[in-house]
Design a protein around this ligand. Structure first.
Ligand SMILES: Nc1ncnc2c1ncn2[C@@H]1O[C@H](COP(=O)(O)OP(=O)(O)O)[C@@H](O)[C@H]1O
Ligand SMILES: [Mg+2]
Length: 363
């Protein structure tokens, strides 16, 4: 079976690493000449709206998926005429736009921060009066890794904030004083069967995910699964979906969804019976889902900007390196490690080892 993937970054690469043992083959459509997934499959180097090359992808592939949510809606509509595309176009339409996303949470009774649609500086001033400060203004589309957003703390931060984000449609959200951030990675098969990984605790630095720790018997697991199920069923979703929550007062507030495999699920490669990547492929290929059970205690640390010397990382016990083969660049995700241990105490020690290494090499 051939899987077509829109985007050829590290997520595409890890999909191929998971699917190759299943006998799957991969083609990646990505305009970047150095797209790092090309080491694992065919690289169709073309723009995401290039119809000739989209047609080529559709002809070659048995099923098409994507590794980022900013794929133009027209691209998905065009491909869907010729080949099954999962997740479906509606899931993508909602997940790529923060206004649609938060409106859906509200419709489904899922708690979410207060929010307002912002089309002008006047809208913003009015929304700040209603929601209050601090608040966060975010572009409705195209934001990632904390880009395309700004925290507004003082009245003077509000002036010119709409222009600062580029005079594009935005939302304003109330600032959430959360006690923690968690994400739930879910997978839904073509026949509607749904499975969930254990909740993951996430720590962000400057809006970018830094550390994920898989939980054991998290008290909010059942609540999170209930909220995520509502979204999966509403969208008739197929594939892996990641749902980010704020933990507030012993409950959850929805932050955002990603209609794809997710950075906070990378630990599942070593830390779960069947990884998020393999389960995404099983789901879209119409295969039975694999077990989402945890194997030991796991954490994931991102390498942002550069990967520390390989001989030093591999000297750390219980440490599994994923080097994406991308050019090093400030702020860019270029690799990660999974730490998998027998118990929580040794996991904490290993996390400390990696953090010390990162400090020693100046991260
Ligand atoms: N309303 C909010 N209140 C407090 N912190 C927030 C809020 N929205 C975002 N953040 C912080 O910024 C991070 C990135 O924001 P998010 O909306 O998840 O965008 P991205 O698409 O960049 O991941 C969050 O993980 C959280 O740490
Ligand atoms: Mg996020």
């Amino acid at each position: 079976m051939k899987i077509g993937v829109i985007g050829g970054g590290q997520l595409g690469r890890m999909l191929a690493l998971a699917g190759t043992p299943l006998g799957q083959h991969f083609a990646f459509l990505d305009p970047a000449p150095d797209a790092c997934a090309q080491a694992l499959g065919e690289h169709i180097r073309a723009d995401y709206s290039d119809r000739d090359h989209l047609r080529q992808l559709a002809d070659e592939a048995d099923v098409v998926t994507f590794e980022f949510e900013s794929v133009p809606a027209d691209t998905v509509a065009f491909l869907s005429q010729f080949v099954p595309v999962f997740p479906n176009a509606e899931s993508l339409r909602i997940a790529r736009d923060r206004w649609f996303e938060k409106s859906m949470f509200q419709d489904l009774g899922i708690p979410t921060p207060e929010f307002a649609d912002i089309q002008s500086q006047d809208n913003l001033e009015a929304a700040v009066k209603r929601i209050g400060l601090p608040a966060v203004i975010k572009t409705r589309t195209l934001g990632y890794d904390g880009k395309g957003q700004k925290v507004l703390r003082h009245p003077e931060d509000v002036h010119g904030a709409f222009a600062e984000l580029g005079n594009v449609p935005c939302i304003l959200e109330g600032f959430v004083s959360f006690s923690g951030e968690v994400s739930l990675i879910a997978v839904r098969a073509r026949n509607g069967e749904t499975r969930f990984y254990p909740l993951v605790h996430n720590t962000h630095v400057n809006g970018v995910l830094s550390l994920s720790v898989a939980s054991t018997n998290h008290p909010l697991q059942a609540l999170a699964e209930d909220y995520v199920s509502r979204v999966l069923d509403k969208l008739d979703y197929v594939g892996v979906l990641a749902f980010e929550f704020f933990e507030v007062d012993g409950g959850l507030k929805a932050n955002e969804i990603a209609p794809r495999v997710h950075n906070s699920g990378h630990w599942t490669i070593e830390g779960a019976e069947c990884s998020q990547f393999e389960n995404h492929l099983r789901a879209i290929a119409g295969l039975p889902l694999g077990s989402t059970a945890k194997v030991g205690e796991s954490a994931m640390l991102n390498f942002i900007g550069e990967v520390p010397p390989v001989e030093q990382i591999t000297a750390i016990a219980d440490c599994h390196l994923h080097h994406y083969g991308k050019a090093f660049k400030v702020g860019r995700k270029v690799g990660h490690v999974t730490l998998r241990c027998a118990d929580a105490q040794s996991l904490a020690a290993r996390i400390n080892d990696v953090q010390q290494l990162l400090t020693a090499v100046g991260h």
